[in-house]
Design a protein around this ligand. Sequence first.
Ligand code: CTP
Ligand code: MG
Length: 166
Amino acid sequence: MLPAYISNPSAALFGGGIPIDFGKRLKDGYRVFGDGKTYRGLIIGTLCGILIGLIQNILSPYIGLPRFPILALFCLSFGSLFGDLTKSFFKRRLGLERGAPLPLLDQLDFVFGSWLLSFIFVREWFLNSFLYEYGNVIIVILIVTPLLHLSVNYIGYKLGVKKEPW
Ligand code: CTP
Ligand code: MG
C-alpha cells in the first residue's frame, strides 16, 4: 500500500496551481472538484507514489518482499489520487466547500481508488497480494488506514502543509 499512501501527502506537499476543473461549475452551482484538486498535485503525487514503489522494487531482494509489476504501481499511486478526486466530486455535489470534512470517506477514498484500479487492471496481482498470499489483509488495511491518515494529516496540519487537521 505504500505507493498509495505516499501519493496523497505528496500531492498536498507539491500541489497547487491550475485546478483540474479549470474553475468550472456544474448546474448545481458548485465546482466540479474545487481548488483543492490540481494538475500539479495529480501528476507529481502519482510520480512520487511510483518512485517509492520503484525504490521498493530495488530493495526487494534485501527486505524479502516481492516486486511490484509497473502497472500495479501506477494503479496504486494514480488510483489513490483518483479516489481522492472522485470523493471531492461528490463532496461538491453535497454542497461541501473545499476542505470541509466528510468522515471515513476522507480517510478511505484513496484506498478504494487504488484497489478499484488494481482490481480492474491487475486483478491477479491484486487478489494474490491482498487476499491469498498473506491472508485477507483488506480488513487490516481498512482499520489501520484511517488511524494512520489522521495521524499523518495532523502532523501535516501542524507543519502548515495542510489547512485542516483531517
Ligand atoms: N492537492 C492538489 N491536487 C490534488 C490533490 C491534493 O493540489 N489532486 C493539494 C491541494 O493543495 C489540497 C491539499 O493537497 O488543498 C490537500 O488535499 P485534500 O485534503 O484532499 O483537499 P481539500 O483541500 O481538503 O479539498 P476537498 O474538500 O476537495 O477534499
Ligand atoms: Mg481535505
